[in-house]
Design a protein around this ligand. Structure first.
Ligand SMILES: [Zn+2]
Ligand SMILES: [Zn+2]
Length: 353
């Protein structure tokens, strides 16, 4: 089959790789219809976590709308032809951590993530014609006919992550809130938040086209490279600071920014992916303001799936609003580079496989 293979930093190639096969009676094989690329994939793509990947072998992608083509003998919930999606991480639904709702920490799968290299289960990714789904009954999900493929890919990662973070922010209508990071998932979180609060959420980023899109989607953009962030927040909150901030940039500097703009007792709902091992964040900043840190970036997407699906089906959010590019599998390497460079107008790619 054809798949996007990681060969090194900024070096993806579309290549012929072996078809996945049933390896365990609980496996399902799916044919990818639509996939995408997550902001968290940029850590891999940009070579920031080289120890986690196997160049020449690691395939990428954990977002998918697919069709079941083969079913292992112990699988009971799925049949050939079913339209499905999966949360980005593999969970059994039965082990102690799954029963706690910490499905990303599934003990049976060993925190396996589709297309995220050797450190997370060494599974094939969705940027490929076929994917092996282990422990299918535990986490694979049927797609209702009302949800099209373009929408469905958001149910794997971005939308559950946004839903979980916004829930953790616990904002009420009178709250003044912010979103740090206006990438695709930040823009989804913005739309969910804007639906709750009376005043437009402040959206912090330094990429112009992302801020422009945030403004179109109901936010009040703040360019952290150009504006005095502290002064903007002070003016917008009567000098108090924000009640809650949802953080989706997933970098140490963005985390610190989020800490700095909250009011005493405010909530930092961290949905970003922080893979920097040694970033020095000030404990004092968190302590001295009695901040509530609610980190969900290693998102339990299987647990957030139902809320994400409900948000789509009720019309509360249309996640396809953040799609800017539709590409074929062969076009992924060039599109990944454009995504990495934050080229003007690039938000989220849909990969039609
Ligand atoms: Zn993701
Ligand atoms: Zn489990």
């Amino acid at each position: 089959m054809r798949a996007v293979v990681y060969h090194g930093p900024h070096d993806l190639r579309v290549e012929e790789v072996p078809d996945p096969a049933i390896e365990d009676p609980r496996d399902v094989i799916v044919r990818t219809r639509t996939a995408s690329m997550c902001g968290s994939d940029l850590y891999l793509y940009q070579g920031e976590v080289e120890e986690m990947v196997a160049p020449g072998r690691t395939t990428l992608g954990h977002e998918i709308a697919a069709e079941v083509v083969e079913v292992g003998p112990e699988v009971t919930g799925f049949a050939v032809g079913d339209r499905v999606t999966f949360p980005y991480s593999v969970s059994c639904g039965e082990c102690p951590t799954c029963r706690l709702g910490q499905t990303a920490h599934c003990l049976t799968s060993g925190k396996a993530i589709y297309g995220y290299g050797v450190a997370f289960g060494d599974l094939g990714g969705s940027q490929a014609e076929y994917v092996r789904v282990p422990l299918a009954d535990g986490h694979l999900r049927h797609l209702p006919d009302s949800v099209d493929d373009a929408t469905a890919v958001f149910l794997s990662c971005n939308l559950p992550a946004a839903t979980i973070a916004v829930e953790a922010a616990a904002a009420t209508p009178g709250d003044r809130v912010g979103v740090v990071g206006a990438g695709p998932t930040g823009l989804l979180a913005l739309q969910l938040l804007a639906d709750v609060v009376d005043e437009p959420p402040l959206v912090f980023d330094s990429v112009r086209h992302r801020l422009d899109r945030a403004a179109e989607l109901g936010g009040r953009p703040v360019d952290v490279a150009e504006e005095d962030v502290a002064a903007v927040v002070e003016a917008a909150t009567d000098g108090l600071g924000l009640d809650a901030v949802v953080e989706f940039a997933g970098r140490g500097a963005a985390f610190d920014l989020a800490l700095s703009i909250l009011r005493p007792g405010g909530v930092l709902a961290g949905g970003g992916v922080y893979l920097e091992q040694d970033h020095p964040t000030s404990l004092f900043a968190a302590y001295f303001n009695n901040l509530q840190l609610r980190l969900n970036g290693f998102a339990n997407a299987a647990m957030g799936f139902d809320a994400a699906l409900a948000a789509v089906e009720s019309g509360r959010i249309d996640p396809t609003t953040v799609i800017s590019h539709r590409v074929s599998l062969e076009e992924v390497p060039a599109a990944a580079e454009a995504f990495s460079r934050r080229e003007p107008g690039f938000h989220k790619m849909l990969i039609e496989v």
